[in-house]
Design a binder for this molecule. Structure first.
Ligand code: RRO
Length: 295
């Protein structure tokens, strides 16, 4: 298999210790758990999404393990501005703060709390089950562009995380790029549901939720492939990655780095495990394979 060169990399303006980033929403709710994932080999970490007001989230059940995946409808639970205290001790580390809002001004307000603390921002325009937030506004290219412009104006790296639940993801990627995004993260969870045949009711308290894990890898890969054709800024692949082979495949589709989320729930040591299979002292730069499947 193609082996990557060891060492730090800069992707979308953020200096990372390697290409493997902890995805938003998984172990990202405290400074201690973010620091732990960096110690366990993550090249960078993304926090749980933070919004303009504290939120307790949706009624349970909120998280259901499925074969090859997870179905969640957490409902954007977050402490809002108090989260600044969690990440302040991690200033100067590769910590990307995920933010959400219902309108461009709310994105700007939340971003302002983390100026001088975050290594960059990731805009959540993609949660599949949050009325007025996430994918419900992130499917509109004009809104994506406006939200991105507000945050990019701080001059910090600004990543935009997209939903796969659109007809043409390239249109949304281009809107983020026009708004000043430094990278696109593709993708958030896939809108999905299960029904209990005994209870005759949807299993999730919120009825619908977001599907993640191995079962969505081919969807995420296709989105990265489409975005590579549509956009010029770096793409960060996210969705079902759990092995070094998955990382290489994502890079061949067009990803410059990847995020890992659900696989961390099965193996807390996944960053080290993938790193051992992916990196070699005499490895090659990622640039040799990024997007090579398009030739
Ligand atoms: O909190 C959630 O329910 C959630 C979020 Br913010 C998101 O972006 N994606 C997801 O699957 N769940």
């Amino acid at each position: 298999m193609f082996m990557l060169q060891k060492g730090s990399v800069t992707v979308g303006g953020v200096n990372l210790e390697n290409h493997l980033i902890l995805a938003a929403g998984v172990l990202g709710t405290t400074g201690a758990s973010l620091a732990r994932m960096l110690r366990l080999g993550a090249g960078g970490v993304v926090t749980k999404s933070i919004g303009p007001q504290p939120k307790s989230g949706h009624a349970g059940p909120c998280l259901i393990p499925l074969e090859g995946g997870l179905l969640n409808a957490m409902g954007l639970p977050n402490p809002s501005r108090d989260f600044v205290n969690e990440v302040t001790p991690l200033k100067d580390r590769p910590v990307i703060v995920s933010i959400f809002g219902g309108m461009p001004e709310e994105f700007r307000e939340v971003a302002s709390w983390f100026e001088g603390i975050a290594a960059g921002y990731e805009l959540n325009l993609s949660c599949p089950h949050a009325e007025g937030y996430g994918a419900s506004i992130g499917s509109d290219p004009g809104v994506v562009r406006a939200c991105t412009e507000e945050v990019a104006a701080f001059g910090l790296p600004t990543w935009v995380k997209l939903t796969p639940n659109v007809t043409d993801i390239g249109v949304i990627g281009r809107a983020a790029e026009e708004g000043g995004a430094t990278a696109i993260v593709a993708v958030n969870t896939v809108r999905a549901m299960r029904i209990s045949i005994n209870l005759r009711r949807p299993v999730l308290g919120n009825r619908f939720g977001g599907l993640s894990g191995k079962m969505i890898f081919p969807i995420a890969l296709r989105c990265v492939y489409d975005l590579y054709d549509a956009c010029s800024i770096p793409i960060i692949g996210c969705g079902g990655i759990s092995s070094a082979e998955d990382v290489i495949e994502m890079m061949m589709a067009g990803a410059s780095a990847v995020q890992i989320g659900s696989a961390v729930c099965d193996d807390i040591g996944i960053f080290e495990r993938i790193g051992e299979a992916l990196y070699a002292d005499d490895g090659s730069p990622a640039g040799e394979i990024v997007g090579c499947a398009h030739a």
